[in-house]
Design a protein around this ligand. Structure first.
Ligand code: DGP
Length: 114
């Protein structure tokens, strides 16, 4: 996707603070962190959102969760806990149409979200 911000980050055309990289995924710091640790894990291939996932994406999705676990450990979040979030659509305030998992933590969080 030529006009996708996250595809441009994958291609190195837009700078990002990389945290981790794997064959199918990239993890980088969110430009507007909502919590002390806020990392985005994305697939290198363009997938629109969690709402368009199919069984064909199984390997990519598994690798996204593997990357998220490693990121959480690296950030020191695993012991106290963290949250993995996929926003879908306008009501969830999804703003970038390239699948991304928010890995957030570093302080106690509220539930349910507002
Ligand atoms: P969402 O609301 O779930 O679509 O989250 C998109 C996130 O992406 C949001 O927290 C801000 C972040 N973001 C948007 N543009 C950029 C960018 O160019 N670089 C980085 N690092 N993060 C971005």
């Amino acid at each position: 996707m030529t006009d996708c911000i996250f595809c441009k980050i994958v291609a190195g055309e837009i700078p990002s603070t990389e945290v981790m990289s794997s064959e199918r995924t990239l993890a980088f710091r969110d430009i507007k962190p909502a919590l002390p640790s806020h990392i985005l894990v994305i697939p290198r291939e363009h997938i629109q959102s969690a709402d368009t996932l199919t069984p064909q994406h199984a390997a990519t999705l598994a690798e996204m969760f593997d990357t998220a676990q490693k990121v959480a450990r690296q950030e020191g979040l695993s012991e106290r806990g963290y949250r993995l979030v996929f926003n879908v659509g306008d009501d969830a305030q999804n703003s970038v149409p390239h699948l991304h998992m928010h890995v957030v933590g570093g302080r106690p969080m509220e539930w349910p979200p507002g």
